[in-house]
Design a protein around this ligand. Structure first.
Ligand code: PA5
Length: 340
């Protein structure tokens, strides 16, 4: 079911190759962002973007916040918070360059006198930045936004200092190695992504993480949604222990769900204790999966966990016999909103 021929047959446009290019994309993105200069250094930075474009900002923000003490806010809305203002750096990220919410927030940033940087493969955002002389990073076109994750993250990181560049470069090489067993040519028996896809088949994944890994869990959710075309959710501990846990305890439908715990070997002791305790309670109600992040640095562990989720979602699509690339319903909604 998950041999290379079966994958090629369902994954008609070969999106699995784009996912495998994550390390190269990170390096290419760094060159794009780095070429604009260290614009984010010493600044209050707000990234505006939606969906597959925003998630790169969210993963970077979680890592920068946890390890570098650098605050980076991500706004996924057409409305900018009131605290974004004159002198702030706003980085508008839209792979297509045409997303309504991102464009509205970007125009508002211009009105408020923010410094603006644009990242897109073209579209209206490209025109706006070029037309008004704002720095603009031009991304390679022809991908699904979610398949440009590495380029987007690299470009955003490129706006930071040389230490950040160095960490991203190092993480890219670790991810390259860790990604080898996940590829389509590796048999299911030796391929953790294929094995996990088989376990998730027919169940609704709920991906659990601690706060630093929240955007990684969210990336898993969105990849499962868009690649495999299944409902899936991400949930963050400790908050979920104060509400969602009760649902696990009382809902007769618990067995339909597949909780996936994303674990970091260096997670704080209190986080480890609550993940263990929650897992043990939930596993009385349904079968759980646990993923242990790999890599010597936090960034490499976060990115390699993203990579595992990306491959798993494509293999789940193959098992479900749905082409992972098209997301027609998002296009339909965008068309309708553009007319109103
Ligand atoms: O994955 C997708 O296709 C979506 O989540 C898009 O990323 C989202 O609609 C925003 O579009 P764009 O990334 O082109 O701004």
């Amino acid at each position: 079911m998950l041999d290379e021929a079966a994958i090629r047959k369902v994954d008609r446009s070969g999106i699995v190759r784009d996912l495998a290019a994550l390390p190269d994309q990170l390096i290419r993105g760094l060159a794009i962002g780095g070429g604009l200069g260290p614009l984010a250094v010493g600044r209050r930075v707000t990234v505006v973007g939606m969906g597959g474009s925003a998630i790169a900002g969210e993963v970077l923000a979680a890592w920068l916040g946890a390890e570098r003490g650098l605050p980076l806010a991500v706004v996924k809305d057409s409305v900018l918070p009131a605290w974004v203002g004159d002198g702030d750096l706003v980085v508008a990220v839209s792979y297509s360059g045409n997303t309504l919410e991102t464009l509205a927030a970007t125009r508002e940033a211009v009105v408020r006198g923010c410094d603006l940087v644009g990242l897109s493969s073209g579209g209206t955002l490209g025109d706006l930045c070029r037309g008004r002389g704002y720095p603009f990073g031009s991304l390679p076109s022809g991908l699904q936004p979610r398949a440009a994750f590495g380029t987007l993250l690299g470009a955003l990181a490129g706006l930071h200092d040389a230490n950040v560049h160095g960490e991203v470069r190092q993480a890219a090489e670790i991810v390259r190695d860790l990604g080898k067993p996940l590829g389509p040519s590796v048999a299911a028996a030796r391929n953790p992504a294929k094995k996990l896809a088989q376990k998730l088949r027919g169940r609704t994944p709920i991906v659990y993480a601690t706060p630093t890994y929240a955007p990684v869990a969210r990336r898993w959710q969105t990849e499962l949604n868009e690649m495999a075309k299944v409902l899936a959710w991400a949930s963050v501990l400790p908050e979920a222990d104060h509400n969602e846990l009760v649902g696990w305890d009382g809902d007769a439908a618990a067995r339909r769900f597949a909780p996936v715990f994303l674990r970091d070997p260096a997670e704080a002791e209190d986080h480890a204790r609550m993940m263990d305790a929650t897992r043990d309670l939930i596993k009385r109600r349904t079968k759980i999966e646990e993923v242990r992040a790999k890599g010597p640095s936090l960034l490499s562990r976060m990115l390699s966990t993203v990579q595992l989720g990306d491959f798993t979602s494509v293999y789940l699509a193959v098992l479900r016999k749905v082409d992972p690339t098209p997301v027609a319903v998002i296009g339909k909604l965008k068309d309708r909103l553009a007319k109103t």
